[in-house]
Design a protein around this ligand. Structure first.
Ligand SMILES: Cc1ncc(COP(=O)(O)O)c(C=O)c1O
Length: 414
């Protein structure tokens, strides 16, 4: 470092005031609300004016010019007043954001959200609960469990006594709030894969042995996931993550209504069963058959009841990807569209799609209260076995208290 650079660095350091008084103003603490309210008011004004603006869906700036606005390769060294940062946010970011609330903005499932959800996001950030463990998520742990139980009842319709026994039973997880639909699907497929190759005699199960030994032990050459051609691309990613390989994601053609062709599904299963009879040491395991409740591109709902029967006959985990359409279950009048969903082993639902919650908020529910044990984990310093920590059952570690938004939305529905 040159002498000049050294000097500049020291000068800059000298300009930054670091003392208790300034720190208290920066963090939200009992005796420092003034800056919070001041900045909050400015921010609310900015949000409000953004939504009041008329005009197109977004500014006319070219993507090339936009990229130039954010091409400063150096991390800013000089600290700026938040007020000035806010002006920059307004001019460089808000001005060029997509107005998902515009009446002309259609064609994507990301949309405008109710005003109270925006403000609740502020509360979620202010409380800053971390759902991973009770020490950082006291009430919110129980709120999340209650929400999961509500959604579970909506999907699986088990008797009330089942929910009374499990809603706050710390040894049981009926599902997880996840970051998004992809994580929800991944959780379901991971459970399905682990269930397909369980521990037996001296074999410790796929979780411990890995895929190669699991296949060898059970006499399989490969494992497959079956979904329709309209299946979300997340299943390709998931197949790769789980070591199945996306070449083993079987896509069944759809009928004229964009629903999985049931005859073609049956034929594929028969073909696999015949292969297995002929090749007892090189069998193919159907880990899961996935039905879709609201395909991404067309919104159609598969014939869930029939797919459920076929999955059960083939001893495959039946998953329903209702990321897109699942929230419609809250409207009893449309329940018939989902006929058979209650026979699923697991179901994915996203709140940031049809429930108009802020991006992103997913959920995966399991019919059997034992299923999530297939991915359960513990650690000594956190998520201990006998704790109430939600992190024992999730793929994610730290997670926000997004369940609050979801719960308020359900409570405010007519
Ligand atoms: C049917 C379906 N499943 C899964 C997903 C993935 O959801 P996310 O983008 O929240 O990960 C989507 C997203 O559009 C979807 O439509």
């Amino acid at each position: 470092m040159s002498k000049l650079e050294d000097l500049n660095r020291n000068q800059r350091k000298a300009n930054i005031e670091i003392d208790m008084e300034h720190l208290k103003k920066l963090f939200i603490m009992p005796d420092s609300p003034d800056k919070f309210v001041e900045f909050g008011t400015e921010l609310l004004d900015m949000i409000h004016s953004f939504f009041q603006e008329n005009g197109g869906i977004h500014s006319s700036i070219s993507l090339n010019d936009l990229s130039k606005l954010f091409s400063d390769i150096n991390i800013p060294r000089d600290s700026q007043l938040l007020k000035n940062v806010l002006i920059e946010i307004k001019q460089k970011i808000v001005a060029h954001s997509v107005k998902v609330g515009s009446p002309y903005y259609i064609g994507h499932m990301t949309s405008v959200v109710p005003y109270f959800m925006v403000l609740l996001e502020m509360l979620i950030a202010a409380l800053n609960q971390n759902q991973i463990k009770i020490e950082t998520a006291k009430a919110s742990t129980f709120v999340e469990r209650e929400l999961i139980s509500w959604m579970h009842m909506l999907v699986f319709k088990k008797p009330e006594k089942y929910y009374k026994a499990n809603i706050q039973n710390r040894n049981v997880a009926l599902g997880n709030v996840t970051l998004d639909g992809t994580l929800a699907n991944l959780t379901a497929m991971k459970v399905a894969r682990n269930k397909a190759f369980p521990a037996k005699d001296n074999f410790p199960g796929i979780r411990s042995s890995g895929i190669f030994e699991a296949f060898q032990y059970y006499g399989y050459a490969k494992a497959v996931i079956i979904v329709s051609q309209r299946g979300h691309y997340s299943f390709g990613k998931i197949s790769r993550i789980l070591g199945i390989g996306d070449g083993n994601l079987i896509k069944i053609p759809v009928d004229t209504q964009n629903k999985m062709d049931l005859e073609k599904l049956k034929c594929k299963c028969d073909e696999i069963n015949e292969h297995n009879l002929k090749n007892p040491t090189k069998k193919i395991k159907i880990i899961s058959i996935v039905g879709i409740a609201g395909t991404t591109e067309t919104g159609n709902i598969d014939n869930l009841a029939e797919i459920g029967k076929i999955a059960s006959k083939n001893k495959a985990h039946f998953h329903v990807d209702a990321a897109w359409g699942g929230s419609l279950l809250l409207v009893e009048e449309y329940r018939y569209l989902f006929n058979g969903i209650e026979s699923a082993d697991s179901v994915t639902i996203d709140a940031h799609k049809l429930l108009y919650a802020p991006t992103a908020m997913g959920m995966v529910l399991f019919k059997s209260r034992k299923d999530l044990n297939n991915i359960r984990h513990t650690s000594n310093y956190i998520i201990r076995r006998d704790s109430v920590d939600l992190g024992r059952f999730t793929i994610e570690g730290s997670r926000p208290f997004s369940a609050l938004n979801w719960k308020v939305k359900i409570m405010s529905l007519k």
